[in-house]
Design a protein around this ligand. Structure first.
Ligand code: SF4
Length: 327
């Protein structure tokens, strides 16, 4: 049981690890085209430094870790880090979030290294629209990556679709059918005002309660559950194995049950996706801090965790892009 309890009595059981702020796509609601102000490589935490931090979290009771980015597959030798994290005593669940552009090449090795669950960002099944949303990406590569993930034995494979008005909201039913056909789990996500790009996308905000009502006119949705530590509220489509999750940070936020913090590539611990409360771990790591010192720092950091986001009240508060910490 996690000993990490924040000032609001929430147990912190889950760390999301951004291993890079770089990406091989430029989704318009995340990273601006032509953006180059990335973290300098000398400031990136090494795999050993990341493992020391997650090791300290695991000694404090954290059981889940997720590898994210930017796009984590652009960081070289990622299976090596996955193997190190999977071997840590206490870490029971190691997952990965990816845009799957390079997944076909890495799926089998990541699965062998100990990653068991995958979340794949996929906002459209239309090749041209995919090219537009992602600033030049190829849908066929993502689909090949998804098939390779199934082949490699990842279960579940979850599809994350950010629903946007006038962009892809006409594809909700098609995405449901695609996930039924391929036995994927589907999650719909509301846009969040993260950075200027996120704020622009917020103009295309869709309240997922409307999407659920729309789906209920076509499918029978039953209460459903899914393994994992995430905030999604799941329904099952009657007559199928499909679970649909609704991630609603704006219309129905889930901050009361928040169980996570985020580690960015430069060693900054962010207490909340929607706030700037942060704690620098890199100086400590590079000063040779041992596990006890790291654990003391983590406890100090968790004491900073805010109650909730203020995306609605203060939409221009968060300057960093989603790619800085991952979702
Ligand atoms: S917005 Fe912040 S408090 Fe709310 S669920 Fe996300 S990380 Fe937790």
């Amino acid at each position: 049981m996690s000993q990490l309890t924040d000032p609001f009595g929430r147990r912190i059981e889950y760390v999301r690890i951004s291993v890079t702020d770089r990406c091989d796509l430029r989704c318009f609601y995340c990273m601006p085209k032509g953006f180059h102000d990335f973290e300098e490589p000398e400031n990136w935490l090494s795999f050993d430094e990341i493992t020391r931090v997650i090791g300290a979290f695991a000694e404090l009771g954290v059981r889940r870790a997720r590898i994210t980015g930017g796009e984590p597959l652009v960081r070289h030798d990622l299976p090596q880090l996955a193997a190190q994290l999977a071997a840590l005593p206490g870490i029971e669940d190691l997952s990965l979030s990816t845009n799957a552009v390079q997944l076909e090449r890495h799926a089998a090795e990541l699965h062998r290294a100990g990653v068991t669950r995958l979340n794949v960002s996929l906002d459209t099944l239309d090749g041209e629209r995919f090219h537009t949303i992602t600033g030049g990406g190829r849908l066929d590569k993502v689909l090949a990556g998804l098939m390779a993930a199934k082949q490699a034995g990842f279960a579940p494979v979850k599809i994350n679709m950010v629903v946007m008005k006038g962009v892809n909201d006409d594809e909700v039913e098609a995405m449901v059918d695609f996930c039924i056909e391929h036995d994927f789990t589907l999650r719909f996500i509301e846009t969040m005002p993260m950075g200027d790009t996120g704020r622009d996308a917020a103009n295309r905000y869709v309240d997922l309660r409307e999407v659920r009502e729309r789906l209920e006119r076509r499918y029978t949705l039953l209460p459903g559950v899914m393994p994992g530590g995430g905030p999604a509220n799941y329904m099952r489509v009657a007559g199928t194995e499909l679970r649909i999750g609704f991630i609603t940070p704006i219309s129905q936020h889930f901050c009361e049950t928040c169980n996570r913090v985020r580690l960015s590539v430069d060693g900054t611990l962010y207490m909340c996706l929607g706030q700037e409360h942060a704690f620098e771990l890199r100086p400590l790591l590079r000063a040779g801090a041992d596990a006890e010192a790291l654990k003391a720092a983590i406890l100090e950091a968790i004491a900073l965790k805010p109650a909730r986001h203020e995306f609605t009240e203060k939409p221009s508060q968060v300057m960093r892009f989603m790619s800085k910490t991952g979702g």
